[in-house]
Design a protein around this ligand. Structure first.
Ligand SMILES: *Cc1c(COP(=O)(O)O)cnc(C)c1O
Length: 423
């Protein structure tokens, strides 16, 4: 329960962001070069260069620069050959851009519950899902907040069942799993250069693959599917999804700073972890033996015993303050009142009105019954069963201000504010 009487916290003069673009002068130079050489189009040196540099970084054979990560995911769904009415297994706790492209192609997402070790797709639930839906031929997995999921196990399950794998590495560029970059494990993979990602082009995304034919298809589809003829000849449906050479200039100037941004984000994560060590909370976890995240966002999970009552409807939230306890809503409201930006955890897809009728699979099997109990208001499912993992993390978790330009003093103040919420 937060009470500022004893603390006397004051508003930050400048807003402390969740994660904002961190620009470097090289970006302006490459954009200017595009302008001055008149390559103001979707072809040019910046595009070629970033495709080569991204391949070098990730270790894949081919990269195709596109207008957004979402466009890259759409192209990945087309490469995987998603058909109308086809079921596709998808991460449940993620941004909806992971799953919407399945629906663009007429596919039907079936959501797989989350595990507590990395907050990503649970391989045990995925195995269960293949028992329930043995016909599924595609799995789409996201690496949340820059922390690699259990991708080896997930890949092995896909191989056993003859399913293709798409990695949504939009948030995890630069993160590694057993020494390999995320974006290297699936058949078709995606990173994003959206404005709040670890490095940015203001917008943009890249499709990654080791399959030359697949890369060439995406080059063609993303430029309106022109055939090799003297006129505009079309045999397939086309899209206008290619990245602009100006945007590619921004990305090109950012790429040399990826490791620096990761180091800054990691320092932020470590400072939070140290600052909260006496609180009844955990940071978003990772297995240091298996993986090195890019630490894009630092998140908190409040222990059950330290949660005050909090109920979330579709658009509104209520909580009851209680001495010694708090909840994500109270912390987010306190931070906002002092000009600092946090965010709730991604609301799981199986809880979203648009996807509420879709299948959802937990470790125990189908998780739908518990969903209904939660909607009616309680934080515990029917028969006092615990919530599914995604719901539980959404209920107790939040993203903290994680901007790499945040000063140590600003972060220290945020830590003190969060601590005050538990008084
Ligand atoms: C940002 C993001 C995307 C989409 O990328 P855009 O470039 O914004 O289209 C997809 N998936 C996840 C998990 C993301 O965070």
């Amino acid at each position: 329960m937060f009470n500022n009487k004893e603390h006397g916290f004051k508003k930050f003069d400048e807003k402390v962001w969740l994660s904002s673009p961190t620009m470097h002068p090289e970006s302006l130079a490459y954009m200017t070069e595009a302008y001055e050489t008149n390559w103001m189009s979707t072809v040019g040196a910046n595009i070629n260069e970033i495709e080569a540099l991204v391949c070098q970084k990730v270790g894949c054979h081919y990269a195709v620069a596109l207008s957004a990560g979402t466009a890259a995911l759409h192209m990945a769904m087309k490469l995987a050959g998603v058909q109308p009415g086809e079921l596709v297994f998808c991460s449940d706790m993620t941004f909806d851009a992971t799953v919407n492209p399945v629906v663009y192609e007429g596919g039907i997402p079936v959501f797989i519950d989350t595990e507590y070790d990395t907050w990503n797709m649970d391989p045990v639930a995925l195995e269960k899902a293949f028992e329930l839906y043995p016909e599924v031929k595609l799995v789409v997995v996201a690496h949340l907040y820059g922390t690699p999921g259990k991708i080896d196990e997930i890949k092995a399950i896909c191989d056993t069942h003859g399913a293709k794998l798409i990695e949504d590495a939009a948030e995890s560029f630069g993160a590694t799993y057993k020494g390999k970059q995320t974006g290297l494990f699936g058949d078709y993979n995606v990173i994003s250069f959206n404005g709040n990602k670890i490095i940015t082009g203001s917008a943009g995304g890249v499709l990654l693959t080791d399959d030359l034919e697949a890369a060439n298809k995406v080059r063609k589809w993303s430029t309106q599917s022109r055939e090799n003829a003297p006129w505009y000849q079309h045999e397939e449906l086309g899209y206008n999804y290619r990245m602009s050479n100006v945007i590619a200039g921004v990305v090109r100037g950012q790429l040399p700073y990826l490791e620096e941004h990761i180091a800054q984000k990691k320092a932020i994560y470590n400072r939070y972890q140290e600052g909260f060590k006496d609180l009844p909370v955990k940071m978003n976890p990772y297995d240091a033996k298996q993986s090195e995240p890019n630490f894009w966002l630092s998140c908190l999970l409040i222990d059950d015993e330290a949660m005050c009552k909090q109920v979330r409807g579709e658009q509104e939230v209520l909580y009851i303050s209680e001495p010694g306890k708090t909840c994500p809503t109270e912390i987010l409201e306190v931070l906002a009142s002092f000009n600092a930006e946090g965010r709730p955890i991604w609301k799981p897809m199986h809880m979203q009105p648009i996807y509420r009728m879709n299948g959802f699979v937990t470790r125990e099997g189908n998780g739908r019954a518990k969903t209904n109990a939660y909607i009616s208001g309680g934080a515990v499912g029917q028969d006092n069963l615990p919530l599914d993992v995604g719901m539980d993390i959404f209920h107790r978790g939040l993203c903290l201000p994680s901007d790499n330009k945040m000063t140590v003093e600003q972060q220290e103040k945020i830590i003190q504010m969060v601590k005050a919420c538990f008084e």
